[in-house]
Ligand binder design. Structure first.
Ligand SMILES: N[C@@H](CCC(=O)N[C@@H](CS)C(=O)NCC(=O)O)C(=O)O
Length: 214
């Protein structure tokens, strides 16, 4: 199995697939392609028909888009989704909401693991996205989180979906209180997240358009 990803500092979609693969216990070769430098597009297209990362290559075929990759991994490793049908449906709903939404947060607070942009990026629209995420985290933890520290107890695709938000909250100094704050600490303490962060800090490339605040 090969997982094609972008820069660990910046590529939030890559982190989602990579973390799901790590948490699912898969053995995979990681192919990291630094984004937006000469040759990157051609290199990505040689693996990924969409021209985007992440892309998973397994048994000679490609699965692209982080949502599809997560579902593919969960078919092989069902523990990546909750077993209870209601919890599983809500896990998919909050994952889809992340995948399709939160445009204000994404554009004003892009993932940038290396930087400290405390206080930057806020607007009424960004703060509304943050409030919705905190509400999702609080609701999932209280309704479904009894068997562990993650949104649905044990780690699931929903946690992979929100993992980049944890790095964003760290970078931009967003500090939720209560259960949402405890969940943020859980994500940031996850050993695979720490591996990813260490690798992001060791990267030498930078994408000026993503370093929004200097
Ligand atoms: N919906 C896609 C989004 C993938 C995406 O936008 N990837 C970015 C990096 S995070 C990318 O490949 N950018 C390179 C490019 O657009 O040339 C997913 O969930 O995988």
């Amino acid at each position: 199995m090969k997982l094609i990803i972008g820069n660990k500092n910046y590529s939030s979609w890559s982190l989602r697939a990579w973390l799901a693969a790590r948490e699912g216990g898969f053995t995979f070769e990681e192919i990291r392609i630094p984004l937006f430098i000469p040759g990157s597009r051609e290199r990505i297209l040689s693996h990924s028909p969409s021209g985007k990362v992440p892309c998973l290559n397994d048994h000679g075929f490609a699965v692209w888009d982080s949502l599809a990759i997560g579902e593919y991994l969960a078919e092989k490793q069902p523990a990546l989704l909750p077993t209870d049908p209601t919890a599983r449906a809500i896990a998919r709903a909050v994952t889809a909401e992340m995948h399709a939404g939160f445009q204000n947060l994404r554009s004003r607070m892009p993932m940038n693991v290396r930087k400290d942009y405390t206080g930057f990026g806020h607007s009424p629209e960004v703060d509304a996205d943050i409030a919705r995420i905190v509400a999702i985290w609080t609701d999932c933890r209280s309704r479904f989180g009894h068997d562990g520290p993650y949104l649905f107890g044990r780690f699931s695709l929903a946690d992979a979906a929100y993992a980049p938000v944890a790095f964003r909250f760290q970078t931009y100094g967003v500090k939720p209180e209560g259960d949402a704050g405890a969940y943020l600490a859980t994500l940031l303490a996850n050993p695979h997240m720490q591996d990813w962060a260490a690798a992001a800090r060791a990267e030498t490339e930078s994408i000026p358009e993503e370093d929004l605040y200097g």
